[in-house]
Write a protein that binds this ligand. Structure first.
Ligand code: SAH
Length: 392
């Protein structure tokens, strides 16, 4: 097996069980590493640190195990049944009201590079590393093994998440079974999921609890859901008794899906209206009559080198919204950029509050739900950050 030896002093991160080895920490290789191969990691005194997948790039190794072990079918069975049992224990599997959840959350489940979402019987898999892709068959065997007849189909949607330089020519499609049961239930509300053409795996599963919070604050309110995608927050606001709900998304297809999801749940759809327009333009031209505004933009930064621009982006967006909001209104604002920390996001929102001269109270701080667990040794897995702000 290919081996990599780290430079002196560069073993600390792996010793603290952080699963990423950066290329700058590498002293030398034994054997020829290639994209996606298994590789053993050693410190410069030849002490074993871990075994993982190699990748050409800044994150050179994603560690799968800090103990010496074979990465065989048994390994995948163990890891994936851990992920399954965890979700069973927290009550998200076999839940009366919810049959959509994240089954595998990459580093959060000690499986860096692997995301699996469960949609009422269909597992949608996204692999972000070539190593995971090469182990695809074993991973699928393990999912089927642990889930039994709870999983009727597995859809691989990795064509856009795999590093394109790897030239794998991956195509999306079913790799087990096939299912057209695309209606799911989340907290008792219904959603149509388009995992083939939708964004990410088809649905933003990570906002489940935050949507529930919006439901609780929406009674009698006028709610604006910006970057609404399939209308998740809008459906919950309607369920919470909002007087009016507006959904804004620049994608015409997203807005169509939002309308469908509203119609799926409510007969009085007149309370809802959607707008397929740019969020910044909409906010620029809106009046100040919303009581609750939700801002859930796509990740403004995917890499550290654009962090500054991303922080400016969050400031600008939140400032624009705050300027248009009336006293006593509530802003629910998010960042899902992994490279933006909770503190940095909060500072951007503070900068916006200062500039617009409004008093802002933090009512609540939000994050991702427990089916998106955070690996304590990998703080980056805490990627979703939200603030509920009361404007005076
Ligand atoms: N809140 C959603 C997820 C939002 S994902 C949920 O709970 O499911 C981000 C969305 O922002 C995408 O649907 C994308 O189409 C939309 N988007 C991206 N840029 C935009 C822009 N400039 N104006 C409006 N919508 C935009």
């Amino acid at each position: 097996m290919v081996k990599v030896v780290l430079k002196s002093g560069k073993d600390q991160s792996a010793r603290r069980l952080h699963p990423w080895v950066f290329s700058g920490a590498i002293k030398k290789f034994y054997g020829e590493p290639y994209e996606g191969c298994l590789i053993e990691v050693f410190d410069n005194k030849d002490e074993f640190l871990g075994i993982g997948h190699y990748q050409v790039g800044s994150i050179a190794v994603r560690i799968l195990s800090f103990e010496k072990t074979e990465i065989d079918q048994d390994f995948w069975n163990r890891k994936i049944s851990n992920a399954w049992n965890y979700r069973k224990n927290i009550g998200i599997i076999d839940n009366d009201k919810t049959n959509v959840f994240r089954l595998i959350h990459a580093e959060g489940d000690e499986l860096p590079g692997l995301i699996v979402d469960f949609y009422n019987g269909t597992a949608v898999v996204q692999m972000h590393s070539v190593g995971m892709y090469k182990n695809r068959d074993q991973i699928i065997n393990a999912i089927r093994d642990v889930a039994g007849d709870k999983i009727v189909a597995v859809y691989d949607k990795s064509s856009t998440t795999l590093p394109f330089k790897a030239d794998l020519n991956a195509t999306d499609g079913y790799i087990f079974g096939e299912s057209n049961i695309n209606e799911v239930s989340e907290n008792g509300l219904k959603f149509k999921i388009d995992w083939k053409k939708g964004q990410k795996t088809g649905f933003f599963v990570d906002q489940r609890e935050n949507r529930q919070l919006v439901r609780e604050i929406s009674a009698g309110k006028k709610v604006l859901n910006v970057f609404g995608y399939t209308g998740g927050f809008s459906v919950y606001a309607m369920a919470g008794g909002a007087e009016l709900v507006h959904t804004v998304d620049s994608s015409a297809r997203a807005v169509e899906l939002a309308d469908e999801n509203i119609a799926l749940n409510f007969s009085d759809t007149k309370r809802h209206k959607s707008f397929a327009v740019d969020a910044f333009d909409f906010i620029e031209n809106m009046k100040d009559d919303y009581d609750v505004v939700i801002l859930d933009p796509p990740a403004f930064a995917k890499h550290n080198n654009v962090l500054h621009n991303a922080l400016q982006g969050y400031k600008k967006l939140n400032l624009k919204a705050m300027q248009k909001m009336k006293p006593g209104s509530i802003l629910v604002t998010f960042s899902c950029s992994q490279v933006v920390s909770k503190e940095e996001f909060r500072k951007s929102v503070f900068a916006a509050a200062t500039q617009c001269g409004k008093t802002v109270r933090i009512m609540k701080q939000l994050t991702q739900p427990s089916d998106h667990p955070v690996n304590i040794f990998h703080p980056e897995s805490e990627y979703l950050k939200g603030l509920v702000l009361y404007l005076a």
